[in-house]
Write a protein that binds this ligand. Structure first.
Ligand code: PLP
Length: 285
């Protein structure tokens, strides 16, 4: 079966899918995106992802090319045409195609939109969660507006590559005061020795993860104590557990940080329990 992508109003073969060389996403990373989990053929937390897309577009004064309802149709149709039951849909909107000039193009220039879908191996994902992942830390070097889900991800790319070269799966950015901000493509969490769940507030310095928001409901439902505050790398070394969250990984236990085992070096019970319950609290449609 050949993969299909949605590009500016048309479903095309993935290998033929292309945007113009003067697309502002390509020239300036002048674009925004979302990644939504597909589970049992349904979109997970579509409403929240759309709301965050709207917020990103407002912050960048970028027009969205379609309504929530129309976009929902395209996301589902792209998943369907690619026979994705378990996986992700990826959506990107850019400020469109125009002669290269840093300032915004003329108001009439249409935004570009691309949607792709990809299956993920459920068993492999569960296997990874049973093993847990290693994390390294890197200095925070991103712009202050990481609350916008922009396609400008070069520091994240370099951080993820550093992790890979160190034999780890994720890199946590650490701000100049020694506090963890977030992962290169995930939010960061710890469980303290006395069982409190700690994650950084999303008012600045991190992306407000959709998975993060839903997980807070799971934390409350399990009668656990949440502390929304920044934590240091030292605190993470001493934590009972650590984990990361994202739409494609849900809750992924962290078993080592910079080569030091977290807790007993195995996935923590809290992380596993939160992961198990996640989809009871996520919206699915
Ligand atoms: N932080 C960053 C930098 C990310 O790129 C992502 C997801 O891609 C997240 C956090 C997690 O966000 P979500 O739970 O919405 O996938």
């Amino acid at each position: 079966m050949s993969r299909i992508a949605y590009v500016n109003g048309r479903y095309v073969r993935h290998r033929d899918a292309a945007v113009h060389v003067e697309d502002r996403g390509y020239q300036f990373a002048d674009g925004i995106y979302e990644v939504c989990e597909v589970r049992g053929g349904r979109l997970v937390d579509e409403r929240r992802h759309f709301e965050r897309l709207v917020r990103s577009s407002r912050e960048l004064r970028m027009r969205l090319p379609m309504s929530r309802a129309a976009l929902g149709v395209v996301l589902r149709e792209t998943a369907r045409r690619n026979r994705v039951r378990e996986g992700i849909v990826y959506l990107q909107v850019t400020r469109g195609v125009a002669p290269r000039d840093h300032a915004f193009p003329a108001p009439g220039v249409a935004p570009s939109i691309v949607v792709t879908a990809r299956s993920l191996d459920l068993a492999a994902r569960e296997g990874a969660a049973e093993e847990g992942i290693a994390v390294i830390t890197v200095p925070e070097n991103r712009w202050p507006r990481v609350d916008i889900k922009s396609v400008g991800l070069l520091p994240n790319v370099l951080a993820k590559q550093a992790a890979r070269e160190a034999g780890a799966k994720e890199a946590w950015f650490v701000d100049p005061a020694g506090y963890v901000t977030e992962g290169s493509s995930t939010n960061a969490w710890i469980v303290t020795r006395d069982g409190k769940i700690v994650t950084r507030p999303a008012d600045q310095g991190i992306l407000r993860g959709i998975t993060r928001g839903v997980l807070m409901d799971v934390v409350a439902a399990q009668h656990l104590t949440l502390e929304e505050r920044a934590f240091t790398v030292e605190e993470a070394y001493a934590a009972r557990e650590a984990f990361v969250t994202s739409a494609s990984q849900i809750v992924m236990p962290v078993v080592s940080i910079n080569g030091r085992p977290v807790g007993n070096g195995a996935p923590g019970l809290t992380a596993v329990a939160l992961r198990q319950d996640f989809h009871k609290y996520a919206e699915s449609a």
